[in-house]
Design a protein around this ligand. Structure first.
Ligand SMILES: [Zn+2]
Length: 488
């Protein structure tokens, strides 16, 4: 079964895997597979996720090795100023309905991979397959590759929308996208209530098929979506959720005669995609309603789209939001900042001013400005010019070195989101305990949520088993280059 080439790499992306609950689960002997992978490999508790800490942005960073200023996918929700419309890949069915189901499905099924992710960057799948090797994507929403595939769309979709049946999408050679595109031919775990195959069981089934039929390519990325949903509901310390994911991983290791054999044959990279911050259990305290905060202005209604009297568009990404002014001559960014400053539950307000990025916080004195280049160097060897109150981003400077505290890689991550797309907008990020809502936003009162710049949203664990190598920096951004080096 082992070829002469380098070992196949299997990357398991477990949405919302976090260090503290993982350690707790292992202490209680409730995650034997993860424990095994950690004991036989290396464990890194704090890998930095990109900002905003939303899956589509994170996954695009993993695949392209760039932040959103280069890959150009700004978040789950953003305003496309060229098309003058809100793009929403699906925060909640209520919102999709208002935006028009046909448009939303097109965005998620075709535009996101086909045109929204920049053509100036290459995905890991594209690069591996250009080397003449094969790559696989199982249940990831971001998957761009070089091979043309067609989805098997449910009749519900082809009847009620204008989406054409045989429209192609480009993915790696080996490609699973729920029940819409599968490799095994099996019909289990794909019903409507099983989210059309976007569940852990189906992911395991598809990967099992590849292993058992000896078809594992050089690189396989497999997505496990369920823990995210549980943590949203039950909060950060959902040990049972980890226990459940671990049972799926046990099934994978059990395909081999021994678990030891599983790691002799393959390199296993197990990683979270974003963390989650706790959310207050009092609804009134937990939810920051941006429609109220910016209530004196005309905010675009989702169903109507931009109307002539509209002044503001909200693109709410759970604990972070883009706030756009549609006419900066009449409503300036400074004015938006002034309003956002009234809200003490906001810990980061950021916007572009000339070549600088300015940062303020709700009900907090002072400001901070920074730009690229300059005498100060951060932990990732990036250089910066900084003035003002460093506490706003919990940074300390010793000599010429910048150290990050509560906001990992804060400068580059803020920079990336402010340069991720066109438009005149500010960014707001909430303190742990709170999340933003606009029209029809999902809420997670008493649970947990993400999107923010804070370390609770931003740090995820990484387990590397089957190789002694590790990424140059512990950021998602460095994963692609490192994986490519392993493939050689
Ligand atoms: Zn989530």
């Amino acid at each position: 079964m082992v070829s002469l080439q380098s070992k196949p790499i299997i990357m398991l992306v477990i949405d919302t895997l976090m260090d503290t609950p993982l350690q707790e689960a292992i202490k209680g002997d409730r995650a034997p597979a993860l424990k095994f992978l950690m004991e036989k490999g290396k464990y890194f508790p704090d890998v930095v996720s990109p900002f905003p800490t939303m899956s589509v942005n994170v996954d695009t960073t993993i695949l392209t090795g760039t932040y959103c200023n280069e890959h150009r996918l700004p978040g789950l929700v953003w305003f496309d100023s060229e098309e003058n419309r809100l793009v929403n890949y699906g925060t909640h069915i209520r919102e999709l309905w208002k935006l028009g189901i046909s448009q939303s499905l097109e965005d998620i099924l075709f535009h996101m991979n086909g045109s929204h992710i920049s053509k100036d960057v290459k995905t890991i799948h594209e690069q591996i397959e250009e080397q003449g090797k094969k790559s696989a994507s199982i249940n990831a929403l971001v998957y761009r590759g070089n091979t043309s595939h067609t989805y098997k769309l449910p009749r519900l979709i082809t009847w009620f929308t204008s989406i054409k049946k045989d429209r192609p999408t480009f993915a790696p050679t080996v490609f699973t996208y729920g029940s819409l595109k599968k490799i095994s031919g099996s019909n289990r775990f794909q019903r409507l209530w099983q989210k059309f195959g976007f569940n852990n069981s189906f992911s395991v089934q598809e990967l099992t098929h590849l292993i058992e039929t000896d078809q594992l390519p050089a690189f396989t990325i497999v997505y496990f979506p369920e823990l995210d949903q549980r943590v949203h509901k039950n909060g950060r310390m959902d040990i049972q959720g980890i226990e459940k994911v671990d049972r799926h991983l046990q099934k994978l290791l059990n395909i081999y005669d021994t678990w030891e054999e599983a790691i002799q044959h393959n390199i296993w990279i197990t990683i979270g995609d974003n963390g989650q911050a706790w959310i207050d259990s009092n609804r009134k305290i937990a939810l920051i309603d941006l429609r109220e905060l910016f209530g004196e202005y005309n905010i675009m209604k989702l169903k109507k789209g931009v109307q002539s009297h509209d002044q503001i568009v909200l693109a709410v990404n759970e604990r972070m939001s883009y706030v756009y002014t549609l006419d900066k001559e009449k409503l300036s960014m400074d004015e938006l900042v002034h309003v956002a400053k009234n809200e003490e539950r906001i810990d980061v307000i950021a916007w572009k001013k000339g070549s600088y990025i300015e940062v303020k916080a709700g009900k907090e004195e002072g400001e901070l400005r920074f730009r690229k280049g300059g005498p100060l160097i951060d932990s990732y060897n990036q250089s910066w010019d900084i003035e003002g109150n460093l506490n706003l981003l919990d940074m300390t400077v010793k000599g010429k070195s910048i150290h990050y505290g509560d906001y990992p890689d804060a400068l580059e991550r803020l920079y990336s989101s402010l340069y991720s797309h066109q438009g005149d907008f500010i960014i707001v990020s909430a303190k742990p305990g709170y999340e933003f809502i606009g029209e029809g936003s999902p809420t997670h009162v008493g649970g947990a949520s993400h999107g923010g710049l804070h370390k609770q949203d931003s740090l995820v664990p990484l387990v590397v088993t089957g190789t002694n190598s590790q990424p140059s920096y512990l950021r998602m951004k460095e994963i692609k280059e490192w994986v490519l080096s392993l493939i050689g």
